[in-house]
Ligand binder design. Structure first.
Ligand code: ATP
Ligand code: MG
Length: 548
């Protein structure tokens, strides 16, 4: 990663300051396998992996699968694929469930030490006893059970003697703590549910706040980086490490979550959109998931660039979605091969061009200063070409420099043509435009200039293509999650049918193209031989104004 004008983030400062204590940095990325990763998770992934990388350390991938209810192996594989695609390599692959035995043993240890007890209050009672931000909590009547009784009850919890929710194992800390997380938080709960890794072995599961510090300590994580909502859990994190008597004490550091305008970054809402059918799936190219962005054609490097520009801060903020598009566009400008496609075609016939005559027209693949030379490709040019319907106007406004009656325009890379007439159907729609070309005007061999240049595709060898044009799912920069589904813009996907030049017949998903004057595109997985489908990755126009 480049570090030239970016000042060091506060996380780097903290890690550097810990050098004596932790000379070898170890981090972990802990996704819960209950959905596909969205760009918020990608920020966490990027922070975890790139911090380790920066300090010559390593990062583990740990699936936080301590809640058996919502999790699935489908997501495990998808998340691995996403991480690899981003170009990150994990050191060890772990599962929270790998540590169930250890967590259980440590729970027994805490009971024996007299710092954990089995509580019979139900969920509502626990909430009542907990107190509020302004009032202290009240001790549970079960708080002073003997060690023997606690051990007996906890083992019976494990053996499946009690129904879900009947009892919990709680830490005995301080019901009057100003930090509500420290008011005897639950460490274990009863849940008669099979787990995707451990099957029916367990009917009690450790809570995140108990399991996570244990996992970090066992793996030798030096810096446990997480989002800001865990800040108030840090004292509990440290309490668990301390009470379990781990010699290795990881340091938890919190950073702000990523929020982006015009989208939602929460699995709960994303799942709702998928399950209601409001979008075509987790990888619908309008979604803020990584699989959707990949499908849409966002390069991994552009996403990293975006994350590094958005930066790592201690306070929450919201980033303009246009900045992400800006990074994608900038990357594609330097990398996407130029080609021609017509998304709303009308036929143009060059009447003074001999039938059957074909000339090969050369198009530069990457005409950008500073880009690597990617050579040229050719497009056959003949008597009939498709042009964009809106590149021809019968009755144009002033300053319309495309094709109009008696007007001249250059066909990109080829000849100057002059409009000599047109045909319409019974509804007045233009069906054919007629033109004559100037034989002396071939591009590169002619000094004569005209104001407009338009793109085209040869009719004879054109390949039919579908173009999917995407706009933000939500028009409002700030989304009303109460009315989430109704807020989705039906115009956020528009499908057009047109043609692409012949070299695009074998376009592969993930390979970026700039269709000149139209936008950046990549082939979709839905493409089949003879049935090309392109996703518009981003348009050509940039609405983002970088701050000076
Ligand atoms: P969601 O609220 O979308 O369900 P989550 O936090 O429950 O997200 P996890 O799979 O538990 O999802 O998250 C994996 C990691 O990603 C955690 O470390 C979490 O803090 C982090 N993370 C999740 N959302 C964001 C975000 N918007 N910005 C930064 N980090 C995030
Ligand atoms: Mg979570």
């Amino acid at each position: 990663m480049e570090d030239t004008n970016v000042s060091r983030s506060f996380i780097e400062e903290y890690i550097a300051e810990d050098f004596e204590k932790y000379p070898v940095v170890k981090t972990r990325f802990p996704p819960e396998p209950n959905g596909y990763l969205h760009i918020g998770h990608v920020k966490a992934m990027w922070v975890d992996f790139s911090m380790a990388e920066k300090f010559g350390g390593t990062c583990n991938l740990r699936f936080d699968d301590t809640n058996p209810v919502k999790e699935d192996v489908e997501f495990v594989e998808a998340i691995k694929k996403d991480i690899k695609w981003m170009g990150f390599n994990w050191d060890k692959l772990c599962f929270g469930s790998d540590y169930f035995d250890t967590c259980y043993e440590l729970a027994i240890k805490l009971i024996k030490k007299g710092v954990a007890y089995v509580c019979d209050l139900d969920k509502d009672q626990i909430r009542e006893y907990r107190g509020t931000l302004t009032e202290p909590g009240v001790d549970s009547p079960y708080r002073n059970r003997s060690v023997e009784e606690n051990l007996d009850l906890f083992i019976r919890m494990k053996n499946g003697e009690f129904p879900d929710g009947a009892r919990t194992l709680r830490a005995k800390i301080d019901m009057a703590s100003p930090n509500i997380n420290m008011r005897d938080p639950a460490l274990y709960r009863i849940l008669h549910r099979a787990h995707h890794q451990t099957g029916d072995k367990w009917c009690i599961y450790p809570m995140y706040d108990f399991a996570h510090p244990i996992q970090d300590a066992i793996e030798g994580v030096t810096h446990s980086l997480c989002s800001l909502e865990y800040e108030a859990h840090r004292p509990l994190y440290n309490w668990v490490v301390e009470q379990c008597e781990f010699e290795h004490k990881p340091r938890q550091i919190e950073f702000a979550r990523l929020n982006i305008t015009n989208t939602v970054l929460s699995k709960r809402y994303l799942r709702m959109m998928v399950e209601s059918g409001a979008v075509a799936g987790w990888d619908d190219p309008r979604m803020p998931t990584l699989c959707a962005m990949r499908r849409r054609g966002y390069p991994a490097d552009a996403i990293k660039d975006f994350l590094s520009r958005a930066g790592v801060a201690k306070a929450d903020s919201i980033v303009d979605a246009a900045m992400l598009e800006h990074c994608v566009r900038e990357n594609l400008n330097m990398n996407a091969m130029r080609a021609m496609a017509v998304t709303d075609p009308v036929r143009l016939v060059i009447d003074n061009w001999e039938e059957g005559r074909i000339e090969e027209i050369e198009i530069e693949n990457l005409p950008v200063d500073g880009a690597v030379d990617r050579g040229t490709h050719t497009v056959p040019f003949g008597r009939e070409v498709y042009i964009e319907r809106d590149d021809f106007m019968i009755d144009p406004p002033k300053k319309f420099f495309r094709l109009k009656p008696e007007g001249e325009v250059r066909l990109k890379g080829a000849y100057i043509v002059k409009c000599t007439g047109w045909e319409t159907d019974e509804n007045g729609n233009v069906t054919v435009v007629h033109a004559e070309y100037d034989p002396e005007s071939r591009s590169g061999e002619c000094a004569r200039k005209v104001k407009g240049t338009i793109h085209w595709v040869p009719v004879e060898s054109a390949v039919p293509a579908e173009f999917r044009i995407y706009e933000p799912l939500f028009n409002d920069s700030d989304i009303d999650t109460e009315h989430l589904l109704e807020s989705i813009d039906p115009q956020s996907i528009v499908i057009k049918h047109g043609f692409a030049e012949p070299c695009l017949a074998g376009a592969e998903p993930g390979v970026p193209y700039q269709f000149m004057r139209v936008g950046y595109f990549t082939a979709d997985y839905d493409s089949a031989p003879g049935r090309l489908v392109f996703n518009r990755t981003v348009g050509l126009k940039d609405s983002y104004k970088p701050r000076q």
